[in-house]
Design a protein around this ligand. Structure first.
Ligand code: NAP
Length: 248
């Protein structure tokens, strides 16, 4: 069966590594992004040069009409989606809770939590065997922050990832009988641009000594876990978590 994957936030970091690895494994891939068209085009180009098939679609996952348009574009250009990686996520400047306002909490929850719910909804409407679909797999990109809490940095972000964990558990049970598996990865400290948006581009270098394996992780190492969870090798795995965090 043709495999069609949507990777939200597929233009950079973990999402870009996932999109490229999936294309190598035969998925037609939609590389979703929010602003950075050049980065998304570079991922699509790299996939095409390696002989794969990909499209880039701009859509803010926090905006319901954008998410609907994202999935309709994939219906038209790649076919019915069979796999979703809810990877798009943001964090903001490192702050203590006493200095965080409501607008920031709303932005962080909208991108990380509302976005994952909306994309999951659109995917299930297409995948569910109760709706004429052929089933599918969803992988949510959570974080070890969900269990560590990110004190002094971004407890709001950690709480949003806690919500992603709960979404994974509940949704996995809700759609298990409809041919859809739902799992999550929880990355630790991975070398990507996200740390710059927290105000500390070299954060992984500072914190890596606390990792039992003694180093930060690479985006491809997270992508490999995601691709396993999407694959038939994980056919009996749902509502589960893989921590890709060097033992943290
Ligand atoms: P990143 O390098 O900052 O890339 C973020 C990606 O998400 C970009 O493609 C960005 O697109 C996109 N994006 C952000 N907000 C979006 C929105 N509202 N709608 C659509 N796309 C959006 O991030 P990363 O480090 O690869 O993180 C990927 C995921 O892993 C996130 O969920 C993050 O929380 C999680 N994670 C990362 C780490 C880590 O150490 N890096 C650890 C644990 C968990 P534009 O560039 O166009 O804005």
């Amino acid at each position: 069966m043709k495999q069609v994957l949507i990777v939200t936030g597929g233009s950079r970091g973990i999402g870009a590594a996932t999109a490229q690895l999936a294309a190598k494994r035969g998925y037609a891939v939609c590389v979703n992004y929010r602003h950075n068209q050049a980065a998304a085009s570079a991922v699509v180009e790299a996939i095409a040069q390696a002989g794969g098939r990909a499209i880039a679609v701009a859509a803010d996952v926090a905006v319901e009409s954008d998410v609907v348009r994202l999935f309709e574009t994939v219906d038209e250009q790649l076919g019915r989606v069979t796999a979703l990686v809810n990877n798009a996520g943001i964090l903001e400047q490192q702050r203590r809770v006493e200095d965080i306002d409501a607008a920031r909490i709303s932005r962080v929850f909208a991108a990380n939590v509302t976005g994952s719910f909306l994309c999951a909804r659109e995917a299930i409407r297409r995948m569910s065997t109760q709706r004429g679909g052929d089933g599918g797999a969803i992988v949510n990109v959570s974080s070890v922050a969900a269990r560590l809490g990110s004190p002094g940095e971004y407890v709001d972000y950690a709480a949003a990832k806690g919500a992603i964990d709960t979404l994974t558990i509940g949704l996995a049970k809700e759609v298990a009988a409809e041919g859809i598996r739902v799992n999550a990865v929880r990355p630790g400290f991975i070398y990507t641009d996200i740390h710059a948006s927290g105000g500390e581009p070299n954060r992984v270098e500072r914190v890596k000594a606390s990792v039992p394996l003694g180093r930060g992780g690479q985006a491809i190492e997270v992508a490999q876990a995601i691709l396993w969870l999407l694959s038939a090798e994980a056919a009996y795995t749902t509502g589960s978590f893989i921590d890709v965090a060097g033992g943290k």
